[in-house]
Design a protein around this ligand. Structure first.
Ligand SMILES: *Cc1c(COP(=O)(O)O)cnc(C)c1O
Length: 301
């Protein structure tokens, strides 16, 4: 590991396991825990760090001085990349989907303050960028520039996710995570033995493609995983009053903050599945809190 990354990680807090005390779990004799990657760092978003760590290590070792990536106007990926890039002395450039909004989102304000260069592009051009998967694939890349696909979707990302699995020091039956690109989920699958079921919860609507994408990130075929596509609440940026009231009730009870794009949907889904008797009695479930609360700042104003 590059010394700069070791030094940065020394400032992190441990991602602990928190037990969710909830009458519903007692009623169905289920133990529900959260792995608190939201606590790793006050700014750096949990799963985005896990995914970036080994990619940045690679970039630093080959002498890159600039990381170029892409994302939306609330992107947790870009937020983490900009902050970490500044901390490591790397220049960062981001292609942002759509026109520059008249009023910058809190995310875009941070990106700008941390020195990230923002390039707003049309949705068509943005989609085109998704075809470039490898770190040298972006057309027109200059020497020492490193291309990082959307959401940090790269096989190197899986190594960092494996570290979080290795930190878990209790036995368990299920490991759960919300899915955007499915890269985090692929990392969990690759790092868990066959007797553990890994469950993904898609944040996007019509996310059947995730099964193919996750499979292509895995080096070997595994069958101990599933992606639930039913709890998208209308799509990626959508939510419902029901979801939002679940989140605020959960926060009041547990003092753990959730956001409505990823972790809120996953926790809603888990409660719903427990209530419907989906899990057999005596099972222990660990849900990964992936962080991402920065993207929810406007709603909370
Ligand atoms: C990006 C993100 C995810 C999804 O991660 P993928 O690896 O793209 O599936 C989940 N939760 C949060 C908070 C995120 O920011």
């Amino acid at each position: 590991m590059h010394p700069k990354l070791i030094k940065l990680e020394e400032t992190f807090k441990a991602s602990i396991l928190t037990k969710i005390d909830e009458p519903l779990c007692d009623q169905f004799n289920i133990e529900l825990w959260m792995k608190r990657d939201d606590q790793l760092h006050p700014v750096i978003s949990g799963n985005k760090w896990r995914k970036l760590k080994f990619i940045l290590d690679h970039a630093l070792h080959i002498g890159s001085d600039t990381i170029i990536s892409m994302g939306g106007v609330y992107s947790n990926h870009l937020h983490t990349l900009a902050y970490v890039g500044k901390a490591l002395g790397l220049k960062t450039i981001a292609y942002i989907r759509g026109e520059a909004p008249a009023l910058l989102t809190p995310t875009l304000v941070d990106l700008t303050n941390w020195g990230m260069e923002l390039r707003f592009i049309s949705r068509t051009d943005y989609r085109q960028l998704r075809h470039y998967k490898g770190y040298l694939d972006l057309p027109g890349l200059k020497p020492q520039q490193y291309w990082l696909p959307e959401g940090g979707a790269q096989t190197l990302a899986l190594n960092g996710v494996a570290e979080l699995v290795n930190e878990i020091d209790i036995s368990y039956n299920y490991l759960c995570a919300p899915c955007g690109t499915g890269t985090t989920l692929a990392g969990l699958i690759a790092a868990t033995p066959d007797n553990i079921s890994v469950l993904g919860f898609a944040a996007l609507k019509n996310a059947g493609f995730l099964n193919t994408d996750v499979n292509s990130l895995l080096k070997q075929t595994q069958s101990n995983w599933q992606i639930n596509l039913d709890y998208h609440f209308g799509g990626f940026a959508s939510s419902t009053p029901e979801l939002l009231s679940f989140i605020s009730a959960f926060e009041t009870k547990t003092t753990i903050q959730l956001e409505p794009v990823y972790t809120g949907k996953m926790m809603y889904a888990l409660f719903d599945l427990i209530r419907k008797g989906h899990f057999s009695r005596g099972q222990r479930i660990i849900a990964l809190h992936t962080g991402g609360l920065q993207g929810d700042r406007q709603r909370r104003l």
